[in-house]
Design a protein around this ligand. Structure first.
Ligand code: HDD
Length: 696
């Protein structure tokens, strides 16, 4: 298609569009080269004679191959695998009392945004469901410029100081010499490094929890992590931590399910996000603020500038101030999702940084990395990155300059405007961004020192808080994840060193992990600062915050020839009434002929649609069909896995034989379809787990 580039009106205050002039015979679907020359034949290169050599002269071929050869750009050094969507932020109430940021002034006002979710360790082509932290980056296109809130789905981070980031990333990504494992932390170098860095302990607890194996990008929280500032028109600053709360509630998979999802669908999360938006089920999150002042900060047993610490919601409640709705899929993955360049340094008047040393380092890294990734200092002109407000300055030139600035003035101050010529833009002393003038009385200024503040040395109190805020099933998952990951570590010195650290978190946890590894409980690692006990925070538990809802979920129904048409209609209606999608699975994608003689198409073929793709399953087959399915490995596995993944299973008297074959023993999540299956489907059955799997 025609390569038409348009610069956004926001760039340089200039509008400069290349619109191909229409030739006399031109229609919109003319195939052309990048120079606009119409192409007669896109199937055959130019050759000398019918069977002769291809000619160098063939500019159509050369240009096409040249462009193809250069299609790839360096992937992100971290967060390479991502999926994104357009949407908007809608403000509930004016926040003018705490911030002058324009997007927070008028209740009901919508600000466009682009949100990208990502895994951290894997490459761009890696799977969606490894055990990994998820990035949660939001670019708000405000009227006063772009504000990027570049967060994760975990409210704390592995390290306290940006100087450690390259070590963290080198340790966690595939190992330098062998280039494996891809997209996972279960290997020597990560645990070698982490076990030597006690400050990672709190985040490790989160990473080993089910937070890192989310069911859907739509069902996870987001966090700005650092303490930021909001500044109002009078110059008053309030500290803030940003939260995103998913409307669909929190939900994760279980580990065995996450592993099997990697085989069932590499793109499980990407597809889920894309399909839900495509079908009009727009995912939503509420933006929450934790607001506090210096007096509160000074009174805490942790430092609010330390990114390995959180503020429990029970201590500072979250004020929900607006919602983000993602309502449009990107038109082009590369142009938008891949070229999106987020940067925590992109803030607007009314928002400001804190002295968090991790944040301060990030302020450098992102702008810098975009140059090596996108190849030019002009990447801000790409449509996905361009602000939706005027951009006017004296920055000029550089590779891929898309704007055509006019006039002589490319410096400032100048007096050209005084002489009736274009003098260019001027400073904005009142409306411009002015850095909050923080006072230095809290040790925020002074001699140049390579040290950390005293409270940063407490590496265990909040790890312990997290552990004690989890429900028993969640604790078992955390302990088991440590066992799984450390069992993959070959370096003998590493697992005991990690367990020695865990003894500072909780003796019971450490003992369970040591038992699970089959090693002696090592001597406790000396803590740099004695941990304190904090009141448990139920807000940190996923299980305590799951919504008993089927909205946004999918229930699969296994059908076969002869399936009762009326029963299927009743079941399908009640699934849809509960807000879920009903997926029909059959031996053949062509579907099945129901009891009423009508053929119904399937949504998935059984062998390609294992039950880990669904939130609950039901088997609605005749006795004869069930007997046949009981000899089909994929059908038996389908039910067995649903049971193992703690899902509800619906059956009928005729289909129960399949469950028997799969070794499914009825419990409160396994029931006749007619006796409350759809209601039961909104839950996972944690109590079942100890009967089917040994957890640490
Ligand atoms: Fe980072 C990307 C989140 C610490 C350096 N980071 C990146 C992305 C997310 C985060 C979500 C992907 C954005 C996108 O979708 O394009 N990073 C975080 C969070 C951190 C954090 C929540 C701690 C609270 N990051 C961090 C540090 C450094 C970086 C301390 C370096 C000093 N991060 C980068 C980077 C990346 C990046 C190398 C890679 C690609 C990119 O920026 O655009 O600059």
């Amino acid at each position: 298609m025609t390569s038409t580039f348009e610069t956004d009106k926001g760039n340089g205050g200039e509008t400069h569009q290349h619109v191909p002039e229409k030739g006399p015979h031109e229609t919109a679907d003319h195939l052309t080269t990048n120079q606009g020359i119409r192409v007669t034949d896109n199937q055959n290169s130019l050759r000398s004679g019918e069977r002769g050599p291809t000619l160098l002269e063939d500019f159509v071929l050369r240009e096409k191959i040249f462009h193809f050869d250069h299609e790839r750009i360096p992937e992100r050094i971290v967060h390479a695998r991502g999926s994104a969507a357009h949407g908007y932020f809608e403000l509930y109430e004016s926040l003018a009392d705490i911030t002058k940021a324009d997007l927070f002034q008028r209740a009901g006002e919508k600000t466009p945004l682009f949100t990208r979710f990502s895994t951290v360790a894997g490459g761009a082509g890696s799977v969606d469901t490894p055990r990994d932290v998820r990035g949660f980056a939001v670019k708000f296109y405000t009227k006063e410029g772009n504000w990027d809130l570049v967060g994760n789905n975990i409210p704390v981070f592995f390290i306290q100081d940006a100087i450690k980031f390259p070590d963290l990333v080198h340790a966690v990504k595939m190992e330098a010499d062998r280039a494996f494992p891809q997209a996972g932390s279960a290997h020597d170098t990560f645990w070698d490094w982490a076990s030597l860095m006690p400050e990672t302990t709190h985040m490790l607890m989160w990473a080993m929890s089910d937070r890192t194996i989310p069911r859907s990008l739509r069902m996870m929280e987001g966090f700005g992590i650092h303490t930021f500032r909001l500044v109002n028109a009078k110059g008053k600053s309030t500290f803030v931590k940003f939260h995103w709360k998913p409307k669909l509630g929190l939900q994760s998979t279980v580990w065995d399910e996450a592993l099997k999802l990697q085989a069932a669908d590499n793109d499980y999360h990407r597809r889920d996000l894309w399909e839900s938006i495509h079908s009009g089920n727009y995912p939503e999150w509420e933006l929450g603020l934790q607001l506090f002042d210096q007096e509160f900060a000074d009174a805490q047993p942790y430092d609010v500038l330390d990114a390995t610490k959180l503020i429990p919601e029970e201590v500072i409640p979250i004020r929900l101030v607006g919602r983000m709705v993602l309502d449009r899929n990107p038109d082009n993955f590369f142009a938008e999702t891949e070229q999106a360049a987020y940067c925590p340094a992109n803030i607007v008047p009314g928002v400001d940084f804190s002295n968090d040393p991790l944040l301060q380092g990030r302020l450098f890294s992102y702008l810098d990395t975009q140059k090596s990734r996108l190849g030019t200092a002009n990447f801000h002109q790409l449509p996905i990155n361009a602000p939706k407000c005027p951009v006017m300055n004296f920055q000029r030139d550089g590779q891929m300059q898309m704007n055509v600035p006019k006039g002589r003035a490319n410096y400032e101050p100048n007096s050209l405007s005084d002489h009736n010529e274009e003098g260019g833009p001027r400073e904005c002393p009142v409306t411009g961004f002015s850095t909050f003038e923080g006072r230095s009385e809290h040790g925020e200024q002074g001699d140049k020192l390579r040290i950390r503040a005293e409270l940063f040395a407490d590496h265990y109190s909040q790890a312990r808080l997290f552990w004690h805020s989890q429900q028993p099933a969640e604790q078992a998952h955390i302990a088991s994840s440590f066992v799984f990951e450390l069992s993959k570590v070959v370096l003998a010195q590493v697992p005991p060193r990690m367990v020695a650290n865990l003894r500072n978190v909780d003796e019971n946890l450490a003992k369970r992990v040591a038992d699970g590894l089959g090693i002696e409980l090592p001597k406790k690692n000396a803590a740099a600062r004695t941990p304190v006990d904090m009141a448990p925070s139920p807000a940190l538990s996923i299980h305590a915050n799951m919504k008993g809802t089927l909205v946004g979920r999918t229930i699969a129904v296994l059908i076969a020839d002869g399936t009762d048409a009326a029963a299927l209609t009743t079941l399908g209606k009640s699934i849809e009434k509960a807000g879920a999608k009903c997926a029909l699975i059959a031996l053949k994608i062509g579907g099945a002929t129901l009891s009423d003689g009508k053929k119904i198409k399937a949504d998935g073929q059984l062998q390609g649609s294992p039950s880990q793709l669904f939130d609950a399953v039901a088997v609605l087959t005749t006795k004869t069909a069930t007997e046949k399915l009981a000899k089909e490995g994929a059908a038996v596995q389908w039910v067995m896995d649903a049971f193992g993944h703690l899902k509800a299973i619906g059956f009928t008297a005729d289909s129960k034989a399949l469950l028997d074959k799969a070794g499914v023993t009825p419990d409160e999540g396994v029931m006749d379809i007619a006796t409350g299956f759809v209601e039961a489907a909104s839950k996972r059955y944690w109590a079942r787990e100890p009967s089917i799997r040994n957890l640490a």
